[in-house]
Structures are given as C-alpha cells and as structure tokens.
Design a protein around this ligand. Sequence first.
Ligand code: FES
Length: 646
Amino acid sequence: MPKVTLMPDDVTIDVAQGENLLRAAMMADVRITASCGGDGTCGKCRVVVTDGAVDTRPTSRLTEAQVSEGYVLACTCSVTGDITIAVPPESRPGAVPVPARSGRILNPVLSLDEQAARMPEKQAARDLCKVLVTVSEPDHADNASDLARVSHAMRRLHHVKEMEVTLPALRELPGALRQGEWTVTALVTEPSRGAALVTGFQPGDTTDRQYAVAVDVGTTTIEVAIVDLVSRVTLGQASEYNGQVDLGDDVITRIIASTREGGLERLQALVLHTISTLVTCLLEQTGVAVEDVVAYVAAGNTVMTHLLLGVTPEAIRTSPYVPAAAAFPWIDASDLGLPGSAATRFITLPCPASWLGGDIVSGVVAAGIPWSDKLTLFIDIGTNGEIVLGDKDFLVACSCSAGPAFEGGGITHGMRAAEGAIEQVRIDPETLEPMVLTIGNAKPLGICGSGLIDSVAELFLCGAIDRRGKFDTAQPPRIRPGEHGLEYVLVCADESGTGRDIVLTETDIENLMRAKAAIFAGINILVESLDLTLDAIEEIVVAGGFGHYLDLERVMALGMLPELPAKRFVFLGNSSLSGARLVAESRQMLEKAAKVAEAIAYLELSVNAGFMEMYLSSLFLPHTDLSLFPNTEELLAQRLREKVVS
Ligand code: FES
C-alpha cells in the first residue's frame, strides 16, 4: 500500500493504490481547503509534492510557475506510490474559525440586554422544563400506582390537565420517587396549554439545574452556547468549522455531495460530530452535568437543517426548489447521538422556504422585528444574501445568490476570516501604496471578505479602477499586467506569509461586484414590492460576524448597501445563535419564531422581472444611477479636485 506523508503535520497514512489525494488528507485528519468539494474548479486545495509523484491532470487553476515548483490540486491527484506532500498555509482553512480579530471593531454589536429591550414578550416569558412534584407515600389504604400519584400531583400543583409520559421516563419513575423520598423533578416538554409530555424523572429537587444548548448550524462554522435557563446567563460559547467543509464550501456543493452513495449519512455524521465535540468541550469547561441539559435549539439554513436531520435536500437544488419540510418534528437529542439524557429534546427552528432558513427566522426574532413599529431591513450577508423587510405587522423576504466572494471563494488569493487574512486595507491615493491589517497580526496569507470590500472600495476611491471595476492603466509597481489582465499587488512576496505576491485581479473585482450587485438589487426589489423608497427604511439590522468589520462608508461607496444615515444601522453579530438562545429560554419565543416562519412572504427573485434590470444597473461602482449615492458622488468629486490641485 502506498504511504502518504503530509507535512508540516508529519502524519503518514497507508492508502489504497489510486486513492484520491484530497481524500487521503481527510483520512489523515489533515485539513485542506476544498471549496468546490473536490470538483477541481476552485483551485483552493493546492499542495506541493516534495517527494514521489502522483497521477494528476492539467488544470488552469495553477500557473506554469506553480506546476514547475511541484504544486498540484490535491483533489485531481491519485496516489500511485509513496509520496510526501507539503500543505501550504494558504491551503489550510485556518485554525480558528471565528477568531478574535486584531483590527478595530468598527461596529459594536448590540448587547444581550439591548436585544432583550427590543422584545417585550421576553420579559414575561420564562418557561422552565423541570417541574417539582411531591407525592404522598403509598400505603395499603392508598395504593395507587406511582404514575397515577404523579399525574394527580401535576394536576393539583401545576394545573396540568393532561399528562403523557414517555416509556424511558416511566422506567425512571419508580427509582426516582423512592430515591428522592417521594419528591421528583419531572422533565416536561409541553408545559403550556394545560398539557404536559414528561420525558424524564430525576430524584429530588433538581429544578435549579436546567441548561439548554443553542446551536447556530452555519454552512462554514458551527457556533454553540450553553445557557443557564434559571439565571438566563450564557455560561460558555464555542465555535468550530462545520465538519462538512471538507466536502465543499457552499450549500449547492453539499447538496451534490449528499446525493452520492452514503453522502447524506456522511454529511449528517460530520455536522453532528462537530456539534457533539463542541458541546462536550463546553460541558467540561462549565461543569454542567450532561443529565441537566434539557434541550437543544438549532437554527440553520434550510439545506443545513435538512442535512443535520438526515433528510435529503436534493429537491431544493432544482426548480421549483422544494424542501422536504418547512417545520421539523421535535426529537430526542439521543436520536442524533448528541450529549444529553434520554429526556433531552432537540428542537429545530422552522425554515420558511428553500432559500430562507431557520437562521433567518432566528435572526428576525433576535432583532425584535416582530415587535417593532419601525420599518426594518434585516440583512445577513454570506454566500447567500438573505434580506427581510418588515415590522410587527408584516415581513417580506428574499434571498439572492451573492456567491462565495465574501468568504474568499472565487478570489485569486481569497480566504476565510482566519489568522493571516487581510481584513482592513487603506490605499494611498497618490502612490497607491497599501496599508494592510491582518487577523491575528500574522503575515498575510490572503484576503477575507472585509479586506476585499476595503481593497476594491479604496481602489475605486483612489481612481485606480473605473466604475466598471477595470484598471485604468498599468501603474508600476503596484498595478501590473498579470496572467489574466491587469492586477493590483496588495502584498509583495517578501512580505507575505506564502512567499508569493498577494494580488487582486480584475476577475476578483468582477466577482465582488456581482456579489454586491445581487445584494443591492435584492434590497431594492423588496422595497419596491411594497411601493416604498429606500429612504423609508428606518433601521437596517446587519447580522453576522462579518458586520463588525464592515466600513460603512466603503460598503456604500461600492454600492452594496443603500446610502442611509449611519445611525440607522444596527449590528447584531451572530443573530442566528442569539435567536436560538432566546427560543431555548422561552416557549413564547418558540411560538413567535413559528409565527414568523409562517408569516414571512417570500419573494422569488429568479422570476422577478425587475430584479435582473436592477442587478445589471448595480454592476457598476456604485451604480449606474449616481443620484442613489450622493455622498459617494461628492467623495469622488472631492478626490478629483484634490488630484487636480496636487
Ligand atoms: S479544486 Fe480541489 S477542492 Fe476545489
């Protein structure tokens, strides 16, 4: 069997003759970025063969120089003999998926208290899952069954009209009652409407120990929080790459992967493994006992939700884009193999449409929009731009495909927001010399979404690119001819962490412009669908960690978001997780989330006649209609005046 040694991890594994090199790395637990899921199209899985040889095929994703240095795309290689490969830093997804970034946080997010103040119902709502029951000890005169005694006490003490008990709970009851000297804590999952489903019994009074796990099931990152349901304090929070990233960056690639033999089971196992590892770690850190975790609440996009539950998302990919379900049954966490007791429930937030998931429902609740009088625009920017417009009386939403540019996909030196990613950029208008800040203050490895937005906006404001995103002329040494036209050298080889120049090409700029055009067009179509103008938006809620680092002036200069006063912008951070946490704390929130999912009207942009027209107009910097961006117009005029004077 051929041996594959992966450096710098120094891991060696035996593989079958002809094994795919990317799969070999996966088997060795060595992470390599594989944005296209091994399709050979993204060019992100570059590795260097330092010893031995592989069977590979020609690719346009590598330059001649790289090929002569030994670079190959791992996903296109078959192992035919012993080899050693080096995985360069830029081909690794990064050690920490949501790092504490080094740059200044431009937009502080609302605190949990500020969020709570936006939702009056939360104050009243406080449903706990454990109920204390004390019964009299049986004797010859009163020899009713254990269950009858507990049911009677539940009716008398907690006004429960009907009580159902699961079989595992019934098995626990006799022992718990006697061990607790006729006092037990019942774990109840349906405490309202006078009905109760009891899923477990614990001896004695354990009502002061009730915890929930809130989960944001992101396509790239999974984030988990442990919440004390009694004090409402978040005890711990952690995140990790979604284990599925090795099978592709975006939901379409994952859907395709799920249709391969054993693919659905594999994808489900990977995401559950990530959640399970994070929860186990947090339980250990916080000292919370696994039997005191009463519920999980998970929010994710529609595809992630399907994959998490092992339901095929195949039909979501093709017209008419139908999910298997919009609302999902409650299940036991043990059915998914997650840490918890037999009574721990797993609740998934509903997904109103194929391209509008529980993460957005969760975010809308966390933003307090269902209680707000203000016309609010909610935006979650990622591979898909999900946009919701509304207030307490109505909600209308759309989803536009922004592509992977904001996560570094389709960008020559793009990467996710991990250590070494360029996150902030300023360019001197005279010399075009850049100043870059990276995450973790590490040597630059590539450009993440916020760095890309900054770079393109700066090049535009400096006059180095025109309104079509094209470089004017070569201005050595920074703007030079590259393999695919002119390119801007953001970091020179001797300053980068990869030993190569980090550049921004016209194709990269084009990809960003497509992404920003889709978002701006989506916002416009939503607003127009209500016969309103952009100025009518009273508040813009920007969701996602990405929002912290967005420089609003530059985002508007690109024409990505409408030019509105900065004070109308609110930043929520991970609103999907915040919403899941709120739902875990309160049944009223859960009911509100279900109502939001039912009430949201979904606007399908692919069949909207005006969308393409608006999209094409938005493929300029900032837009063909400059009157929509008066501040940027003024900024450009000012820069021009300064240039003329100098
Ligand atoms: S090119 Fe290999 S994973 Fe995309």
